[in-house]
Design a protein. Structure first.
Length: 185
């Protein structure tokens, strides 16, 4: 029977971390779902445009009033293939944040958690060109409870749209006061 040696621990840790890292990278790449929003046969990428949302804070709700073919109302991470032309893309915002707070006597700290959601959906108008990829994203300012839809032409590396500000609802969702961190005297 082979005995476990302490010297094998670094080797086992490197194998374990490689497996975890590979799983994480695969899960990140599989989250982006692709959909085609035009009729007819699949066209080459130089004849179409792509709208991409990585779903960090912004959600594409519809394109020209059409929901994604899967029937889902909102997809967080999506690549939508469209023909060149003018589009109205309806988007919304959703994110979470935390704020560190201090106890009444200043001897401990804890986190307060918030959810931020757009008050209304926002329609943004875009003109897309063949062969281009457009990243639909956002910027936000929790201090003023506002957000801005942003669209970047990734092919030309330029910002083509920033609208707003639009209001956010800020909802306190809880805290971890019970597991607070005490300071030493």
């Amino acid at each position: 029977m082979q005995r476990f040696a302490i010297g094998n621990i670094p080797h086992l840790l490197s194998i374990l971390s490689s497996v975890v890292l590979t799983g994480f990278l695969l899960s990140c790449t599989m989250d982006l779902r692709s959909y085609r929003l035009y009729q007819g046969p699949q066209l080459p990428s130089d004849q179409t445009a792509k709208l991409i949302s990585k779903g960090e804070t912004i959600r594409i709700r519809s394109v020209n009033g059409r929901k994604i073919p899967s029937g889902k109302n909102v997809l967080p991470a999506v690549a939508i293939e469209v023909l060149p032309g003018d589009y109205h893309v309806t988007v919304s915002f959703s994110a979470s944040s935390l704020v560190m707070a201090y106890g009444e006597d200043g001897r401990y700290r804890y986190n307060i958690y918030y959810t931020h959601k757009s008050v209304d959906n926002v329609d943004v108008a875009l003109t897309v060109e063949a062969g281009h990829t457009y990243l639909v994203t956002s910027s936000h300012y929790y201090e003023t409870s506002s957000w801005y839809p942003v669209v970047r032409d990734e092919t030309d590396n330029r910002k083509i749209l920033k609208e707003g500000p639009y209001p956010l609802n800020k909802i306190r969702t809880g805290d971890n006061r019970q597991s607070r961190i005490r300071y030493q005297d």
